[in-house]
Design a binder for this molecule. Structure first.
Ligand code: AMP
Ligand code: MG
Length: 493
């Protein structure tokens, strides 16, 4: 094909591309093209992400852009790739996995990688169809933007595009593509892949690339006798600890914490069977396929540590000393509880740490668990109580009123002398009114399946600013309906 023909058939998104990850060379990926889908249409768009990419304001008006982001037309200047990684799934070494349905267009000059998830088969599809269904794509799109709105590190999503092409799961569904955006989509599993195959040269090249791009301070570390790879492991471990603290504080449960779903940048990545808790249940399992409860809500901080141990194992040839590698993981055990307590303190309207904070936090979590009290509603109502002094709305959510009153007494004593208006403001900014509950996503999905995508846009607007009141939107902040508990979500749809 001549250069001219290629150019005229490509969509110009108005983005400039640089080699980025692809500069590592062909050992790390396969170059390929997305597989087209017919008759694509817009399902949802995040103008916030468009802004971060620096897209022109009319970016979504072009039919070529719609086609390109559905994988049906090449993107001018982009050289799409699928990357290879391996990983531990449900605690077991799974061998080679890789981008089985996500195709990376490249990295923009602004330093953001752009991926089309669901854009067709790759050499890493392992018998899968390379597709994602509309339902899971809407969930990933909305949750990426919701997490960002909550201030939690995450990959982002520019848009979801759909096509009526059939996708075969338990029943026939329709296909969709999520355009995901992140500074890097590198996972723990990328390192595990080269380590498991004893490809030390590639392992080192990958680590050097990630350190130089995203963790440059490791080069001049004075930790671990100046061992940059150990410092890198420690930095990843601390970012992961901080992420887990945020998940736990907001009541977010990631359904598939396999090492291939762990971001090297400490981002929330790969939204599948995730869930924001409704009633607080520490042992909640949000993934229907997770029959053993490996990824139950209260297991997640330990699972993250286990995953970091796998990463440490993979980096061992570079770190060079097992004891140093283990030492680099040590701070997880202090960073996680400190970060968690800090987040919980903010939810309680407390700006300073004090002795007795831990029992205060544990006390309220125990009460919430005993009554399976709605997690998000409780915290928002407690914030309201701090603002207006009316305790009834928050007291109402407990059956064990005496238990709550006893806790409230210690809470009030802890707040003696507090400027209530300031504390209320901190609580309002720390306790979201809106989270992406399963049933809210489900309602938007069912409308979208009938070609009404307005529910996706409505939810997106609320979830992007979840701490605001949004008068008139209380229906999205209420208790879940009974049918919410019957929603079943499994891996890889
Ligand atoms: P997940 O648990 O969704 O993160 O996926 C685990 C692995 O399976 C990754 O390598 C995915 O790329 C791959 N995968 C999941 N669904 C599909 C699919 N429909 N087609 C091809 N590969 C898939
Ligand atoms: Mg994955």
């Amino acid at each position: 094909m001549s250069l001219l023909a290629e150019d005229t058939e490509a969509a110009d998104l108005g983005l400039r591309w640089k080699p980025g990850f692809a500069a590592l060379g062909p050992a790390f990926f396969t170059e390929l093209r997305p597989t087209p889908l017919p008759d694509s249409y817009w399902v949802g768009r995040s103008e916030a992400v468009a802004g971060e990419l620096g897209l022109p304001t009319d970016w979504h008006e072009s039919k070529a852009t719609l086609a390109a982001l559905t994988g049906s037309m090449p993107v001018a200047g982009a050289r799409p790739i699928a990357t290879v990684y391996s990983g531990h799934q449900f605690g077991v070494w799974a061998g080679q996995l890789g981008d089985g349905r996500a195709i990376m267009l490249g990295e923009t000059e602004g330093g953001l990688e752009v991926q089309l998830k669901g854009a067709g088969r790759t050499p890493y599809s392992r018998g899968g169809d390379g597709r994602a269904v509309l339902r899971s794509s809407i969930r990933e799109f909305l949750c990426s933007e919701a997490m960002h709105g909550l201030g939690i590190p995450t990959t982002r999503a520019l848009c979801v595009t759909g096509s009526d092409a059939p996708v075969y799961r338990e029943e026939i569904e329709s296909a969709a593509v999520v355009t995901r955006v992140a500074p890097s989509f590198v996972r723990f599993g990328h390192f595990e892949h080269f380590a498991a195959n004893q490809r030390d040269e590639e392992l080192r090249a990958l680590a050097d690339y990630v350190i130089d791009r995203y963790y440059p301070a490791c080069r001049t570390t004075d930790r671990f006798g100046g061992n940059a790879y150990a410092a890198f492991l420690e930095a990843v471990s601390e970012r992961t600890a901080a992420l887990l603290a945020q998940w736990q504080a907001v009541g977010f449960c990631h359904g598939v914490m396999n090492t291939d779903n762990m971001s090297i940048l400490g981002l929330t990545i790969d939204y599948g069977p995730f869930q924001f808790l409704d009633g607080f249940d520490p042992r909640h399992i949000c993934n229907h396929s997770d029959t053993q409860g490996r990824y139950a809500f209260n297991q997640q901080p330990n699972v993250a540590y286990w995953n970091l141990f796998c990463l440490a194992q993979a980096l061992l040839p570079l770190i060079g000393d097992q004891e140093v590698a283990v030492a680099a993981l040590e701070s997880y055990k202090t960073v996680f509880p400190n970060e968690f307590e800090g987040r919980m303190r903010a939810k309680l309207g407390l700006t300073q740490a004090a002795e007795g904070d831990r029992p205060l936090i544990e006390g309220v979590l125990k009460l919430l668990a005993a009554g399976k009290v709605d997690y998000t509603i409780f915290w928002r109502r407690l914030s309201g109580y701090m603002a207006d002094g009316n305790v009834e709305p928050v007291r109402d959510v407990f059956l064990d009123r005496a238990g709550f009153d006893a806790w409230l007494l210690s809470f009030s004593q802890r707040h003696a002398g507090t400027d209530r208006a300031l504390a209320a403001e901190l609580m309002r900014r720390s306790n979201p009114k809106f989270v992406l509950r399963n049933h809210l996503g489900q309602q938007a999905i069912e409308a979208s399946q009938q070609k009404d995508h307005s529910g996706v846009a409505t939810l997106l607007a609320l979830l992007q600013t979840p701490f605001e009141e949004h008068p008139g939107a209380d229906a999205y902040a209420g208790f879940p309906p009974d049918w919410a508990s019957t929603i079943e979500i499994s891996c890889s749809s």
